[in-house]
Ligand binder design. Sequence first.
Ligand code: C2E
Ligand code: CA
Ligand code: CA
Ligand code: CA
Length: 279
Amino acid sequence: ARQEGPDSIRLFNRALSEAEHERQMLVSDLRQAIESQSLSLVYQPQFNTASGQISGCEVLLRWRHPRHGWVSPEHFVGLAERHNLISALSAFVVRQTASELVEAGLLGNGLSRVSVNISALEFSNPALMEVLQQELNAVPQLLPFLQLEITETAALTDLNASVLQLARLKQKGLRFAIDDFGTGYTSLMMLKELPIDEVKIDRAFIRDLLKQPRTIAIVEAITAMARGFGINVVAEGVETSEQLQCLTACGCQEAQGYLLAMPMAIDELANFVSKQKDA
Ligand code: C2E
Ligand code: CA
Ligand code: CA
Ligand code: CA
């Protein structure tokens, strides 16, 4: 058996404080990366399953750390949430998205919808949403094309408050998508209550589509119900042509995933869109 003496406790404490130190370094590096605008954006196109045309794109953050290399957004968005950096992060995304897309001349010209992720913490905090609104007011060119993606958990913290908040923001012309849709127990209630424009069917369903026949019935039901409410449906994480065929047969209007296009930098996006126009 392992010896649990004072030495091992000391070693354990030292390991803990090293991990803590490492984490604080990463937070300060992230703060610096935001300030020096050394984060970058990639865009992943979304497609109409019937026509094959680009219907929109999702903006995804990238951070290349000087020593650790690429850090996953899941990781550093969580860090930003816990260390009061989420507003600065979102402000960067909104401004950078607007400036890159305007410069590339893509807004309303090959691209009619741009989706940006908003963290659950941000959406459920009125003060943070106030800051976000200021940022949005500063990018009037982007606004008519902008859609915000929020996860189910974000809207669920306080459903009544979310209904009011969404209604207010929609009056300003913003559109909303529910991200990772179907993973919560109350997904159907959200469809019923929230004034949303789009649902993005979670990747887990797309992955199981051909392995587990019941998943097809779930996707069909989500699609039919959303359509009945006038809500757009996008399938996430489409990786095979079999999945795409199955989704099309289910009545799903739009798809996004590695099969169709990888997330790409703005220059590549501009090329991609212009090739689509010529095709
Ligand atoms: P998400 O919003 O669900 O984004 C979709 C993720 O799936 C992205 O990962 C994308 O690169 C990946 N993906 C796209 N197609 C496929 C596919 O066919 N197969 C598989 N396996 N994956 C695919 P990414 O870029 O690593 O982002 C991870 C998460 O980080 C996002 O999940 C989102 O929650 C968060 N995130 C990314 N950018 C931002 C941002 O600007 N702001 C905020 N608040 N969160 C962000
Ligand atoms: Ca998303
Ligand atoms: Ca998602
Ligand atoms: Ca996710």
